[in-house]
Design a protein around this ligand. Structure first.
Ligand code: 9Z3
Length: 325
């Protein structure tokens, strides 16, 4: 078997696995609505804005996917991701003039909510009369700021939020986004910060009802989730600028694994982060550099996402310029 032939077979196998994944996944409940929202959102950015160029649109994925263990799901496998990275990055992308499709796990961090009070929601407010309420004075500034910024981004048509819970929903919506943003060519970016399950139980092999404990210890085999990053790059959005994340808990293997992911999935950049230091420091790995990016500790409240997004914006600009030649 020569190398070209070998690669073709691998690619063919991957595409069959991907097809099997989507064919057997439970259909997305609001697929048409998602599609309509995407079309409407992207319409304004794909056409000429004076200079005949598309505007820049980034899809930020955020939070972790769940893996249901039963069709009428009682139990599922989850992961730690809080969605902080995705939500904070969204704010910086918006600030830089990008339009953002924020694909997030329900219940995880949202853009502009970082400085909101930790108190339970109902304790932010107090009644002023029988029928009126107001935000408590100590929270008023933070709440007003968050609401105004969020409202401005959505009302300007620059922020579209789509939610997922399961691995099935996540990949189906990601595919829809990729297909809809193809018209933006190199001006589209994928910033894949969501923590995506590597293993899953195919829908057709899943128990319909709650797994019974009376049957003794549970021995369950999980299948590997097909490597969608490859498919995203090659099939769904071949011109988009794609950034994936590599997470490890062992810093000794992190950069090597990020390098492997860069080459294997043909990403434009891989952001390497270690679980315990992920809010302080990341390393951006590209074909010819490894740039360490740190949070500026001299500026309280500054996040590592600030310098990270600045660096990626520059790389995206270079990518667009180089592709225009
Ligand atoms: C990341 O590495 C993100 O930076 C974090 C952010 C999930 C660590 P938080 O949501 O954390 O702010 O709490 N995301 C990607 C993780 C991932 O699943 N990567 C896959 C891999 O490592 C490739 S898609 O194999």
């Amino acid at each position: 078997m020569d190398t070209t032939n070998g690669l073709e077979i691998l690619q063919h196998n991957l595409l069959s696995e991907v097809k099997a994944f989507f064919d057997s996944a439970p259909p997305l409940k609001d697929s048409n609505e998602v599609s309509e929202k995407l079309k409407e959102f992207i319409e304004g950015f794909s056409t000429s804005q004076g200079d005949g160029r598309a505007e820049r649109v980034v899809c930020v994925t955020s939070g972790g996917t769940t893996v249901p263990l039963e069709q009428r799901c009682v139990r599922y496998i989850d992961n730690f991701s809080s969605g902080h990275r995705g939500a904070t990055s969204t704010e910086y992308f918006l600030k830089a003039g990008y339009a953002v499709i924020f694909l997030y796990r329900r219940g995880t961090c949202q853009p502009f909510c970082q400085s909101l009070p930790d108190d339970p929601l109902l304790e932010w407010f107090e009644p002023t009369s029988e029928s009126n309420i107001q935000v408590r004075e100590q929270h008023a500034k933070a709440v007003k700021r968050a609401i105004m910024k969020h409202h401005a981004a959505v009302a300007d048509g620059r922020l579209l939020k789509l939610s997922f819970t399961t691995i099935f929903e996540y990949l189906q919506i990601l595919k829809q986004i990729a297909m809809e943003t193809r018209c933006l060519g190199t001006h589209a970016m994928f910033y894949l910060a969501a923590a995506v399950s590597d293993f899953y139980k195919p829908w057709k092999d899943m128990a319909e009802h709650k797994i019974q404990s009376a049957s003794g210890p549970l021995d369950m085999q999980l299948s590997q989730v097909p490597k969608m990053l490859s498919v995203l790059r090659k099939e769904w959005a071949p011109l988009a600028f794609c950034i994936s994340f590599k997470l490890e808990t062992d810093s000794r293997i992190l950069l090597e694994k990020a390098d492997m992911a860069l080459k294997k999935y043909k990403m434009h950049a891989v952001v390497a982060n270690e679980l315990s230091t992920r809010k302080e420091q990341v390393v951006v790995v590209t074909g010819n550099e490894k740039v360490s990016v740190r949070r500026d500790k001299n500026h309280p409240g500054d996040d590592v996402e600030n310098p990270l997004i600045n660096l990626l914006l520059e790389r995206h600009s270079t990518y667009i310029e180089d592709s225009d030649i």
